[in-house]
Design a protein around this ligand. Structure first.
Ligand SMILES: [Zn+2]
Length: 139
């Protein structure tokens, strides 16, 4: 039985396991691990962003089930997702503190000091708006 497809690790979109390449003649000098000729290959792709999971040599996998397993092993790890969410929450809290500080400074008549804090707050906003990848770099 083919296991259930996980969502796209890049955009969260729905994936399709319908990818199939049929070769009109078996690929020359290429065999699957079990020694059978390569006449077709299966792959999974994201319907939304087009990301696909194909093996290098034959552009796919011997069976649909293998293609699904390969796709699912690339899905994001739940521990890393939780870590990203904790960081997002912390950053949002810091941003909200800065925003309240800016409001207080402006109310008290220190516009120059406030402008410095506004720069920091806007930097937080930029970081919050950018999609983060699991290795911590901006996508
Ligand atoms: Zn996608």
């Amino acid at each position: 039985m083919v296991e259930e497809l996980k969502p796209c690790p890049f955009c969260g979109g729905e994936a399709s396991d319908a990818g199939r390449i049929r070769y009109s003649t078996p690929l020359p000098d290429t065999w699957w691990a079990d020694g059978s000729p390569v006449t077709e290959a299966f792959y999974v792709n994201c319907i939304k962003c087009g990301a696909s999971r194909r093996s290098g040599v034959v552009d796919g996998y011997q069976t649909q089930a293998e293609a699904v397993v390969a796709w699912n092993t690339r899905a994001p790890d739940a521990t890393l997702q939780a870590q990203c969410e904790r960081q997002r929450v912390a950053l949002e809290a810091a941003r909200n503190c800065l925003s309240a500080y800016v409001t207080d400074l402006l109310d008290d008549g220190y516009p120059n000091l406030a402008s410095d804090v506004i720069v920091i707050r806007d930097g937080c906003d930029t970081a919050l708006a950018a999609p983060a990848s699991l290795d911590g770099k901006k996508a």
